[in-house]
Design a protein around this ligand. Structure first.
Ligand code: PEP
Ligand code: MG
Length: 580
């Protein structure tokens, strides 16, 4: 008997996906810990052995299926490693000791032993051996799932396209790993609309929902699920009528995506002849295909810190240089705005341990440029890599989280020092490399003069600007109802920033998620914005809005909206504006 029910969260990436739930297990969080009855030790050990046996069988079946379908490849190596681990007596010996001597239940014993293994693997010098800890984690997770009566379906690549990832939480680093798979959608219990996890999902162009609270607990592996990213709804075990409605909706959306493709080569110009630049946000060179398919005029934001995630050690200068060069060459002459390291609150989770210090309030702590000033060698390495790559195409350097003009001088001094060292070594770089600042801290927005005087360009980071101006943590779903980029205070600040920059004729873009929302395009055009940067997946929908805009009319209407003080009234006025 299956029950149909729905869950609600925050839709962070639009579209409809229909597929089977694939629960991302956090075995550590979920296993029950209890002492078994004295005398039951052997029975508990048998329970463990049975689960191990079942997992062995699971892998055997998978191997046979893959062989029959001639789909071996990376998967074979993966199954080999897992089978070897399972057959290793050492894997289970210590666990059995925990059960026999300490009376722990089998799941608890496994998880305790996992901690020891992970610590041992992390000590290996050889990166390949260190990586094997993930195999041990996965295999333990599979045994735990068996013990808990919830066997895990190991995704086969063909199935992934119809698989909906359901997790308690996913870090941006987790999501980057999923980039190489092709899931249909994802749902998490935690997270806010502009958390980096949500941003990566939008970049993937798949429907996504965060803040769904108990989804991970309520859903079962393999259940049929509809994810509606626009409404922020998950429907579990839908009945026939609902399913068929959503299939129609899905087809309509696919048709719309196809229609939008015809705009790829259209110049983004408004009806009254105002030229607009539409740029893309990327996290790595993996995103370049999507950028090219979107017809973006350049990269408006390359979040370089993603190179640092999922790494045990910091990427060295050569590795960074290669990554930047690959992007700049891939853009074939179009500009690449490369942001210096913005490691911060919601990005670091483990990984580069030395930097992952636990800050009392990480969003306001030692992040981004603050971390770079505090760790000069780290910053110098990146500056050198950026400068070296600038010899291979048009790079502009963007600096995050500057909070006032007094930080500009040390910034420029660090760049000069990097240039001096490269000169000494006879290494080529672009001498006219432009340097710009993210305007994302209210204090920077309110003291814009020094930025306009000393820097070449600006980019507004509305994700953080909203968070800091309204004092609403962008990653916390508990306060997501207060996170409002069209709050009257935000509109006034945006209007101020754009007016000042436009008067000073300093190029300014907006690269926060607001630029990716077609409902915001006319508002932003009316406020004076001419450069938008967003995930490539959303670019053509924004172009459609630009092509149908009349800036002269919008400016007048938006000037009136900026004077309004009630958030609800502003919402209504923006809706009216969008109706034309
Ligand atoms: C922003 O803050 O708006 C921004 C674009 O940067 P990030 O989302 O990476 O903090
Ligand atoms: Mg930011």
């Amino acid at each position: 008997m299956t029950f149909s029910f729905s869950l609600h969260g925050i839709g962070v990436s639009q579209g409809v996906a229909i597929g089977r739930a694939h629960l991302v297990s956090h075995a550590m969080l979920e296993v029950s810990h209890y002492m078994i009855e004295p005398g039951q030790e052997q029975a508990e050990i048998h329970r463990l052995e049975r689960a191990v046996q079942e997992v062995r069988y699971e892998l055997k079946v998978l191997r046979a299926e893959m062989a029959a379908e001639d789909r071996f490849g990376e998967m074979e190596a993966f199954i080999d490693v897992h089978e070897t681990l399972l057959n290793d007596e050492i894997l289970t010996d210590n666990v059995k000791t925990y059960i026999a001597e300490r009376g722990c239940n089998a799941e608890w014993a496994l998880v305790q032993q996992l901690d020891t293994w992970v610590a041992q693997f992390e000590k290996f010098e050889d990166p390949y051996l260190r990586e094997r800890k993930f195999d041990v984690m996965q295999i333990v997770e599979r045994i735990v799932k068996r013990l808990m009566g919830r066997p895990g379906a190991l995704p086969k690549s063909d199935d992934e396209a119809h698989m909906i990832l359901v997790a308690h939480d996913l870090s941006p680093a987790d999501l980057l790993q999923f980039k190489h798979h092709h899931f249909a959608a994802f749902v998490t219990d935690l997270g806010g609309a502009t958390s980096h996890t949500a941003i990566v999902a939008r970049g993937l162009g798949i429907p996504a929902l965060v803040g769904a609270r108990h989804a991970r607990q309520l859903l079962r592996d393999g259940e049929l699920v509809i994810v509606d990213g626009a409404c922020g709804t998950v429907i579990v075990n839908p009945d026939h009528a609902i399913l068929s409605e959503y299939r129609k909706l899905q087809q309509a959306q696919e048709a719309r995506q196809e229609a939008l493709k015809t705009l790829k080569r259209r110049r983004p110009r408004t009806r009254d002849g105002i030229e607009v630049s539409l740029l893309a946000n990327i996290e790595s060179s993996d995103d370049l295909d999507k950028v090219r398919a979107s017809g973006a005029q350049g990269i408006g934001l390359f979040r370089s810190e993603f190179l640092y995630l999922n790494q045990e050690t910091l990427p060295d200068e050569d590795m960074q240089f290669e990554a930047y060069r690959c992007v700049v060459e891939g853009m074939e002459g179009r500009p690449v705005t490369l942001r210096t390291l913005d490691l911060g609150s919601d990005k670091i989770r483990g990984g580069i341990n030395s930097l992952a210090r636990v800050a009392p309030n990480p969003a306001m702590g030692l992040r981004a440029i603050r971390l770079c000033f505090a760790e000069q060698p780290l910053f110098m390495t990146q500056l050198r890599a950026i400068l070296r790559a600038s010899a291979y195409g048009k790079i502009k350097m963007l600096v995050p989280m500057l909070s006032g003009g007094d930080e500009i001088r040390p910034l420029l001094a660090a760049v000069e020092e990097a240039k001096r060292r490269l000169d000494e070594e006879g290494v080529a770089f672009d001498r006219a490399l432009e340097i710009g600042a993210m305007i994302e801290v209210p204090s920077a927005a309110l003291t814009l003069g020094s930025f306009l005087k000393q820097l070449d360009f600006l980019s507004i980071g509305t994700n953080d600007l909203t968070q800091y101006l309204l004092a609403v943590d962008r990653t916390d779903e508990a306060v997501s109802h207060l996170y409002n980029p069209t709050h009257p205070a935000m509109l006034r600040l945006l209007s101020h920033i754009l007016k000042r920059a436009n008067q000073a004729e300093v190029p300014i873009s907006l690269c926060g998620e607001m630029a990716d929302d077609p409902k915001m395009t006319w508002l932003l055009l009316g406020l004076g914005l001419r450069q938008f940067s967003m995930p490539a997946a959303g670019l053509l929908a924004i172009k459609e809005r630009v092509l149908s805009a009349n800036v002269g009319v919008l400016q007048k209407a938006v000037a009136r909206i900026v004077r309004v003080e009630e958030p609800e009234k502003i919402k209504a006025l923006i809706e009216k504006l969008n109706r034309g």
